[in-house]
Design a protein around this ligand. Structure first.
Ligand code: NOJ
Length: 759
């Protein structure tokens, strides 16, 4: 307290009201909270509200623009009425915007610069769903570290990532942006990403602040339609949606973003229980929550607020701290306080949260620390590309491989590479591509040509277009539904080749925000093309370029080989070639179920059993009359060029007490001829509980590498915390009783053992 008073006196007696100019004084006051309080004490109500306002810059548009004109925005920046900006890119642009504040405003509180750095800034990595398929947390951290470095070198010091919405509906376009259907795997990725972005010290000029988004429930939009209503109860909220966010809060993520959807009648942006009670209360998290783009004023469209002013009142009371380009806070909060409709203490709390992050980022010491042209000069983009290729190859999932078609033998001298995505240098960059240049990825044709050199004939034919015309973030994509004029050439090429690599799937702009689809099969004329080729050559390796699980039942039944290559980023074609020719033995596992038919969606392995799980005698059980109910390829599934044999799980005891640990041991043997990596998975099922529990839940996994013929013993520790869930007591706790331990190579093929937890 003494320090705080002293600090204020120094500040005033130095005859200034410009905080940024007194960075030395500020850095001499060590404690962040003291500094925050000191600054807050100097602020007028208008300036406080200003810190809660975020403007879009004119560099990029990732939502519908507000109607404030650029001149007005500039004036407000000069007057210290803006706390942060998004989509301001480059050292020059961020310097210029920061200068407006630092050289004109009264208090000179530096701006934050946010941007959607989702899977890379310049060097593009696999889309998050793909990267999660590597199950490699070091990889997830490394790509975030590199993305942070490249962003910071361009003046961007805050990313709106990671997106940690558990999502189980392949129709939802944003499924590509998250980590799939499992809360545990998503939580692991959340922590890895936050570590990668934020490093150990948020003030280091190579780190950036991260955002856990979208809080909460956004990934469970009804019918997979983006922005749609979410109908989940308290049980599902706590057991499925919140765990990754809790993990993010515990990992020290600097900010949260709330979400567009409503949950059970309350828009997330106006959700007090979520934001104030759970996140800021129970979890005691002290960062700030930014709204999603205009989600505060969108509460008017939700029918939850009468007008912007009402929306601002609801949002600030519910705990939304910063208004992203929505114009609700800047137009209403001052008045709401003056009319005593909003307590100024709520504004103070929000401002303190924002200032805290700014202090931790070292912006008060040097507002330009991220706008340093030198950082860029010292970046080795070559090393970043190498990392991108390495992570990309680990993200590829092999779904089927009959007759040893893969890896492609060196005796094959004529390879056809066919399909609209075969030489596409843009779709592998994916959506939410940061500043990844259009058409800058290595295509599959290029990757294959480079891998085989002049020894092998690589015969390329496009066959057909997929996406047509101009493609961009905000505009709908036009799909080619009719033009098959390229088929004949492709058929000829296939006839004259030993092996056909068919590269099909999704355009980059089929997934991402607002890209929900009712069909998730091969769009346009792709299926037709595939079947035409199949008529003349059955040696087809399907390489899927995709951002969501796809309906590929025909391919699964008819083709000998299928790989899921997702949208792998800058080095896509090279990574795919590494796998096709066996330079890298595929090791990825699906983070999301691939359905037999879109009608199964939402589909996920960790479902409830229901009261009528199965009967082969009659129809009155929970299933479908025209399809099996399980996935075509389940969560956790992925093959290798070798085979693995799993031993029975051995438990160190058949029962355990609450403070004990149980060991689960199992052997895994490489029974094939090449070395390979395997992701050994452990699931648990709580057999009887006070609320119904999923049939299995991932609780641990380990990546092992085995030489041919080698056996390794894998050990997992099971403790009481792994048995906890949100119980009927509305508490996160375990309940005594029997549990199944399930171990194996995917969520379907598992070996079982039973133990009990004592009272
Ligand atoms: C809307 C998206 O939902 C959010 O994820 C993104 O960060 C913002 N727009 C800013 O682009």
């Amino acid at each position: 307290m003494k320090k705080y008073i002293l600090f204020i006196i120094v500040l005033f007696s130095s005859g200034f009201l410009a905080i940024g100019q007194n960075s030395e004084i500020l850095s001499s006051v060590k404690n962040v909270e003291t500094k925050v309080d000191s600054v807050l004490a100097l602020m007028t109500l208008e300036e406080k509200v200003g810190q809660l306002v975020q403007y879009n810059g004119s560099w990029d548009l990732t939502g519908p623009a507000s109607n404030l004109d650029a001149k007005q925005k500039e004036e407000n920046l000069k007057n210290g009425l803006v706390g942060s900006m998004l989509n301001v890119l480059s050292v020059e642009a961020t310097t210029e915007a920061q200068k407006l504040v630092m050289e004109n405003s009264r208090l000179k509180i530096p701006l934050l610069f946010g941007y959607d750095v989702i899977h890379g800034y310049t060097t593009i990595f696999p889309v998050p769903l793909a990267e999660t398929a590597s199950w490699d947390m070091e990889a997830a951290e490394e790509s975030a570290r590199i993305a942070a470095l490249e962003s910071a070198a361009h003046g961007v010091n805050w990313t709106f990532s990671p997106m940690i919405d558990v999502s189980r509906d392949a129709r939802w376009g944003r499924i590509m942006e998250g980590s799939g259907e499992d809360p545990y795997l998503t939580s692991m990725v959340a922590v890895a990403k936050i570590k990668g972005y934020q490093g150990k010290d948020l003030s280091h000029p190579h780190t950036i602040a991260a955002t856990a988004k979208h809080f909460a429930g956004y990934g469970l939009a009804e019918a997979g339609r983006d922005y749609n209503t979410v109908h989940i109860g308290e049980n599902e909220l706590h057991n499925t949606v919140l765990p990754p966010f809790k993990a993010a809060a515990e990992a020290g993520v600097a900010t949260f973003m709330n979400s567009f959807n409503d949950i059970d009648g309350t828009p997330a942006t106006g959700h007090k229980v979520l934001q104030r009670d759970i996140l800021k209360g129970d979890w005691d998290w002290n960062g700030f929550i930014v709204s999603d783009w205009a989600s505060i004023s969108e509460m008017i469209d939700h029918g939850f607020a009468r007008d912007k002013k009402h929306a601002a009142e609801i949002a600030i009371k519910a705990g939304s701290d910063m208004d992203m380009e929505g114009g609700a806070y800047e137009t209403s909060l001052v008045q709401l306080v003056e009319e005593s409709k909003v307590d100024e203490a709520l504004i103070d709390d929000a401002v303190k949260r924002v200032l805290r992050v700014k202090f931790k980022m070292g912006l008060f010491e040097d507002p330009y620390r991220y706008s340093n042209a030198e950082t860029l000069k010292n970046i080795s983009f070559e090393d970043h590309r190498k990392a991108s290729r390495d992570i990309a190859k680990k993200s590829i999932v092999l779904l089927k491989n009959e007759n040893g078609l893969l890896p492609i033998s060196s005796s094959v001298k004529n390879i056809a590479v066919i399909g609209p995505l075969a030489n596409d240098k843009d779709s592998p960059i994916g959506n939410w591509r940061g500043q990844g240049e259009a058409n800058s990825a290595v295509s599959v044709v290029e990757g294959i040509r480079k891998a085989v050199g002049t020894d092998v004939n690589v015969n390329y034919a496009k066959g057909a277009d997929l996406g047509m015309g101009e493609r961009s973030f905000l505009m709908p994509l036009k799909i080619n539904e009719t033009d098959t004029s390229g088929f004949a050439e492709a058929v000829e090429v296939a006839k004259n080749s030993e092996v056909v690599v068919m590269v099909l799937g999704e355009d980059a702009f089929q997934t991402g925000e607002g890209r929900s689809q009712v069909n998730i099969g091969l769009a346009g004329v792709q299926q037709e093309l595939l079947e035409e080729i199949y008529k003349v050559n059955k040696n087809i390796i399907l390489v899927l370029i995709n951002g969501r699980p796809m309906e590929i039942s025909w391919a699964a039944e008819n083709l000998p080989a299928i790989t899921v290559a997702w949208q792998l980023g800058t080095e896509s074609g090279n990574a795919i070639a590494d796998v096709l020719f066996g330079k890298y033995n595929p090791s990825g596992k699906l983070p999301v179920s691939f359905p037999r038919a879109v009608g199964q969606e939402p589909l996920y392995y960790n479902q409830k059993n229901t009261g009528r799980p199965y009967s082969d005698q009659h129809v009155t059980f929970s299933g479908y009359t025209d399809s099996p109910k399980d996935a075509l390829y389940p969560f956790g599934f992925g093959l290798s060029y070798t085979t693995f044999e799993y031993g029975e799980p051995q438990l160190s005891a058949k029962e355990m007490n609450e403070n004990e640990t149980l060991e689960v041991r199992l052997s895994v043997t490489n029974t094939g001829n090449v070395a390979g990596k395997e992701i050994v998975q452990l699931y648990i099922r709580d057999l009887v509980a006070s609320t119904t529990r999923p049939v299995k839940e991932l609780k641990a996994f380990e990546i092992i590498e085995l030489a041919p013929g080698e056996t390794k013993n894998v050990q997992f520790k099971v403790d009481e915390t792994m048995l906890q869930f949100y119980t009927a007591n509305r508490k996160w706790e375990s309940e005594a009783g029997e549990f199944e331990i399930l171990t194996g190579s995917n969520s379907r093929d598992l070996k079982k053992s039973i133990f009990s937890l004592n009272n």
